[in-house]
Design a protein around this ligand. Structure first.
Ligand code: SAH
Length: 215
């Protein structure tokens, strides 16, 4: 049996060189964590098993990437991919995104990807949605002025909610489609695990880009 199966995911994560273990201690100097320090920093929040971010990092070697994920059980799958790919422009952080402003300094991040975020369908859980006004305020703090979020989901109520929240918080919406796979934005699209699964079932994929307000 491989050691990993014996050890469990928390130990695997604790020992992985691809995980930033104490991210608050390098707040403001994430760029210095990468071999090539001058590249823009893009993060994916809720990356799951990491298919999207590992593919992105392999295609976009001019960008440094960090994948953020709350749960060890899926983060280990992303670590396994990185162990095979050995991408020098990719690290992971295990954390709840609610703490994102404790980890990244103001203006430290150039772009945020949100892919197939949990819908939290009950109204009383709206603030847990990763596109809620509460989360948009956190993202605005860590993004460069005018920084962008790229968001994909097959969940129409979540997409509509996200449009309302973005408008309410003064973010500019662009590149919006409710059928990504039959749109002009398909060129260069990197499929996520959920995107493959849901589009195979016939669900249409919604996608938009949000630009942070300057003030
Ligand atoms: N982006 C992947 C996975 C989507 S599922 C894909 O498109 O295939 C949503 C993921 O977000 C899950 O892995 C879940 O654990 C993670 N997640 C949900 N809430 C989170 C939070 N508050 N902080 C960090 N990750 C979160």
């Amino acid at each position: 049996m491989r050691l990993r199966n014996v050890k469990g995911s928390r130990d695997t994560i604790a020992e992985s060189p691809y995980v930033i273990h104490d991210p608050q201690s390098i707040k403001g100097s994430f760029r210095a964590h990468f071999p090539e320090k001058d590249k823009p920093l893009h993060i994916e929040i809720g990356m799951g098993k990491g298919k999207f971010i590992t593919t992105k990092a392999s295609l976009e070697s001019n960008i440094n990437f960090i994948g953020v994920e709350k749960y060890s059980s899926v983060l280990v799958r992303a670590i396994e991919k990185q162990e095979n790919m050995l991408l020098s422009n990719l690290y992971f952080i295990r954390m709840d995104a609610v703490e994102i402003t404790d980890v990244f300094a103001p203006g430290e991040v150039d772009k945020i990807y949100l892919n197939f975020s949990d819908p939290w369908p009950k109204d009383r859980h709206a603030k847990r949605r990763l596109t809620s006004r509460q989360f948009l305020a956190r993202y605005k703090e860590i993004l460069v002025p005018g920084g962008k979020i790229e968001f994909k989901t097959d969940n129409v109520p979540l997409f509509d909610f996200s449009i309302d929240e973005a408008n309410e918080a003064g973010w500019e919406i662009s590149g919006l489609t409710r059928d990504l796979h039959n749109s002009e934005y398909m060129e260069g699209n990197v499929m996520t695990e959920y995107e493959e699964r849901f589009s195979a079932k016939g669900n249409k994929i919604c996608r938009m880009v949000l630009t942070a307000p300057l003030s």
